[in-house]
Design a protein around this ligand. Structure first.
Ligand SMILES: Cc1cc2nc3c(=O)[nH]c(=O)nc-3n(C[C@H](O)[C@H](O)[C@H](O)COP(=O)(O)O)c2cc1C
Length: 216
């Protein structure tokens, strides 16, 4: 008899599955104590750590494994100056001071990778490629890239980083400056670093679970 022949009972299998739940400390890092960052300690964030966050976040699911998100990490003073005119006034100071600012974008030609990323049905790319589908394809890219942005924020938190996502910027200006060929469309910016606790503000109230979830 091989070890691989030993099958757990259903009850044992369920117990093993339940043991995957993360502990309180990890929950604090990801959700319970994690806050949106409004200001950062004056400390750099390494490229390796950002790459690791990108790598981990990419394991989060997307429709047809489409993986449309793209990131441009703006870190150098020169690149920050290119970004600055597009950033809303109330977001400017913290963005210029943040160790890194990610431009989170969607690749509207994500389907070009389908032979590699969706080899079971690569022909699905044709549906997205059709000119009359352009708007729907763009929406699909946007929806799934936004989902991936959420995974990225959690991956960054899991690595001990803090994030400050921002919608207060001019997308058209960012696209013209950073993505002139139109293949990428900007979605949000995320300041990334280590939160300066002195720049915190009280947690805003959340809705009650019963207000937002029903069980039928
Ligand atoms: C997609 C997105 C866009 C946001 N845009 C801005 C912004 O432009 N400027 C800003 O100061 N905060 C912005 N926020 C911060 C939210 O107000 C903040 O995440 C929310 O109040 C929850 O804060 P908490 O994580 O500290 O509980 C944004 C957050 C998200 C997720």
């Amino acid at each position: 008899m091989n070890v691989s022949d030993i099958q757990p009972t259903l009850a044992q299998a369920i117990e093993l599955k339940k043991m995957r739940a993360i502990d309180e400390r990890a929950l604090r890092t990801l959700f319970l104590e994690a806050r949106t960052a409004n200001g950062f300690l004056d400390a750099p964030v390494s490229r390796e750590l950002l790459e690791r966050a990108v790598e981990i976040a990419e394991l989060g699911p997307t429709s047809a494994n489409s993986l449309p998100v793209r990131y441009v990490f703006v870190q150098s003073p020169e690149a920050k100056q290119r970004l600055n005119p597009a950033v809303g006034a109330t977001n400017q100071e913290k963005t210029m001071k943040a160790p890194a600012t990610a431009i989170v974008a969607a690749d509207v030609k994500f389907y070009e990778n389908f032979a590699r990323t969706f080899p079971t049905r690569p022909e699905m790319a044709d549906r997205f490629r059709a000119p009359e589908q352009a708007e729907a394809t763009k929406g699909f890219a946007r929806d799934n890239a936004l989902l991936q942005m959420g995974y990225f924020i959690l991956a960054a938190r899991a690595l001990g980083l803090d994030c400050g996502p921002m919608g207060g910027f001019d997308r058209a200006k960012v696209d013209a400056e950073f993505f002139p060929d139109g293949r990428l469309i900007s979605l949000f910016l995320i300041n990334i670093g280590y939160l300066d606790d002195s720049k915190g503000f009280p947690r805003l109230p959340r809705l009650e679970p019963a207000e937002i979830a029903s069980f039928i």
